[in-house]
Design a protein around this ligand. Sequence first.
Ligand SMILES: Nc1ncnc2c1ncn2[C@@H]1O[C@H](COP(=O)(O)OP(=O)(O)OP(=O)(O)O)[C@@H](O)[C@H]1O
Length: 741
Amino acid sequence: MDEIMNCIEGTVETVIYQNEENGYTVLKLDTGEEEAVTVVGCIPGAAPGESLWVQGAWTRHASYGEQFKAEVARRGMPTGEKAIFDYLASGAVKGIGMATARRMVEEFGENALEVLENEPERLTAIKGVTRKRALSMGEAFRLQMGMRRLLDFLTGHGLPPQLGMPLYRRFGDRALEAVRADPYLLTEGELAVAFGVADDLALELGFGSDHPRRLEAGLTFELQHNLDNGHTFLPRGKLLYATQALIGVADAEALDSALDALTARGAVTEEAVAGEEACYLAPLYDAEVEVARRITAMSRNELYPPDGLEGLISCIEKAQGITYAPQQRLAVELAAQRQVMLLTGGPGTGKTTSLRGVLALFEALGLETALAAPTGRAAKRLGELCSAEAATIHRLLETRFDPRTGQLTFAHNESDPLKADAVIVDETSMVDISLMSALLSALREDCRLVLVGDPDQLPSVGAGNLLSDLIRSGRVPTVRLTEVFRQAAESAIIRSAHQVNRGEVPELKNDSRRDFFFLRRPDPVHAEETIVELIQKRLPENMGIPSHQIQVLSPTRKYAGGTASLNRAIQAAVNPPGEDKGERKFGPYIFRQGDRVMQVKNNYDILWKTQDGLEMGMGVFNGDIGHILEVDNRRELITVDFDGHLVEYAPDMLGELEPAYAVTVHKSQGSEYRAVILTALDTAPRLLTRGVLYTAITRARELLVIVGDEGVVARMTANNRQSKRYSGLRARLAEEENSSF
Ligand SMILES: Nc1ncnc2c1ncn2[C@@H]1O[C@H](COP(=O)(O)OP(=O)(O)OP(=O)(O)O)[C@@H](O)[C@H]1O
C-alpha cells in the first residue's frame, strides 16, 4: 500500500455506496481529468454536486483497481447552477426530488441554496410547494448543513469524522453547539474520545486551565477511569490528587470547589464509608446502596421449610444418582429455608452438583426458576450441565443500549420485574456491583436468589468486590464446600488449583497419566516455538485434541510471552496468508479469514443473524470468542461467526475485535477450554499473582500445559497480594444489619 499522503479535489459526480450508520462512503469524484476518481472514506451525507477536497493515499483494490482512500475530507457547497441542480436532484435533501430541484434552479438560479437555508418560505413561489412543505424542506437542509459544519469542525481540529454520526444521533442539529460548549462530552459513552484529546480541544477552544467545566470533567474522568480498576469509589484526597496530576491544575482550592459543585449537583455522591471520605459517581453509589439494602432484607427473611424436606432431598439425590456430602445436603436444605444464600467452593468441590440439587428442589416446590451467569460461555455451560435453559444476566434482564445517552437500560426492573420465583446465578465472582443492583431491582419482593461462585477466582472486570464482600460481611447465609470429590481429586489440574490456593507450588513433574504438564522454556523465543508446536502437532497428534479446542493464556499482553507476540506467531503457523483468504490490516493486527478472534467490549447495539437468516438478535459481549468467516474488502466488512451468531464488523468497529489464539488470563474468566496452554515467563510482578495462576489453571477441563519458568510459577503462587479495591459494600451490609435492631 502506498502510504504517501496526497490531496485531490473536485466535484462529486455520483455516490456509489453510503453506510448510514457509520458514514462510510464510496463515491466518484470529477477532478477535471478524463476519468472520475473513486474515493472511499468516512464522508457522511456526501452528495453529487458538492465540491470535495480530500487528503489521503492512493490504494489498489484487488477487484476495483486504483482508488483514493480519504483520511480527511473537506466539503464545499456546490457552486454554479449545474452543480446546485445535481446536488438538489440527488436526494441529498429530504423532500426535494428531481422536478423540484429543476424548478428551484429555474426560479432562484445560483441563489437556490441560500433561499433554501435562510428564506424557505420564498419556495412557495414554485408551483406545487405549499408553505408547510417549503418550511420542512428548509429544515431538512439546515440539518444537512449542521452535519456538514460539525464534520468540518471535527476534521479541522484533527478529530475523526467517524464521531459525526454518533454525535448527530445524540444531539441532532445542536451537535456542534454542544461540543463547542462542552468538548469533554466527547469522552462519554460510545464517543469514547481519550480525555487528553478532548482536553486539548477544550484548551484550543479557549477553556482556561482552571475552567470549572475542565476541573469537573477531570474529576469525573478519574472516577470513571477508576471503575476499570475495580474501585466503586475513590477517597476524596486520592481523587483530588489524581485529578491534579492528570490535568495539572495550579489552584487546588478551585479543584476542591469543583468537586463540591459536582456533589451539590448530584453527579457525585460523597459519604463517609469504610473509614474513608468516599466519592462515588452517583449511579455507583445508588447501586451499592441498593445491593446492601436488598441483600440485607432478603438475608433476614426466613422461610418455612416444606413438609418432608429430608425425604424430598433424598429423592433428589436418588434421581441424581449420588449421595450428598453433608455440606452439599446443607446447601439444598438452606435453599429451602432462606430467601438468599451463597454457595461457594473451589474446583471439584461439587458446586454444580449442589446447584443442580437446588434447582431440582425448586422445581419440586413448583417454583419457576431462572438460571443465569455473567458471560455467554458460562451461561451455555451452566445450561448444558443442568439440562435446562440458562441465559446471561444481561439477557435475562433484557438489556438494551440507548445510543442517545450511551447508557444501558433494563426492560426488567422494579416496575416490570422478572416472572421467576427463584434465580440461580453461577460464576458470581464475575458479577460487578452495577449488574447485581440491576438484577436485584428486577426480582420480585419474594423471589429467591442463590449465588454460586468461587471467591478465589479473579474479581469482576467491572467495579466492586461483590462476591468477596458478601462472603466477608458474614451477613448472608453461606455454605462453603471444601471437600474435593475423589473423581475430581484424581485430576492433577484440580489438585494443583487447590495447592496454589493454599500457597503451595504445584507439582511440576511430568507423567503421561497426568492431565497437567510442565515444559521448562525460560527463554521467551523458545517458549513461543514450543507453544506453536504443541498447537500444530503435539496435542492434536499425541492427545487427539484439535487445534481449535486449545486455548493459549498469558498473564500479559505485551511483555515476553505476552498475547500480542503469541498471536502473531500462532496465526502465522495455523492460519498463514492464502490466495483464497481475504485479510485486512487494522492497527497492529491483520485479520484474516479463518482467524480466531475475541470481542473485547460489550456491544449491545450490534446485530447478529444465524447463517440461514431465520434468527436474529442484538449484542456481542466482552470475551465472546468467534472465528472470521469472511473478509469482504469491497464492502469493507468482516463477518465473524460467534457460535452460529454471525456479526458484520464495519471498519469503525474493528477496534472491538482482537486476535484470540492467545488471550490474557483476565479475559478468560468464566470460560472453560478443553486444553489450556499457559505461559509463565518473567514479566511485571503485579501481573504474576496467585489469583492469575489459579484462574488460569481452573480454565482447563482436560489438559493443562504450563510453558515457561518454574521460578515464575513459584513466584506467582507466593504472590497473594490482591490489589485493593475501594468498595463500601461490606461496611454497608454491616451498617444495614445494625441499624434495624
Ligand atoms: N456427593 C457426591 N458424591 C460423589 N461424587 C460427587 C458428589 N458431588 C460431586 N461429585 C463429583 O465431583 C466432581 C466435581 O463436582 P462438580 O462438578 O459439582 O464440582 P464444581 O465445584 O462445580 O467443580 P467445577 O467448579 O470444577 O466445575 C464431579 O465429577 C461430580 O460428579
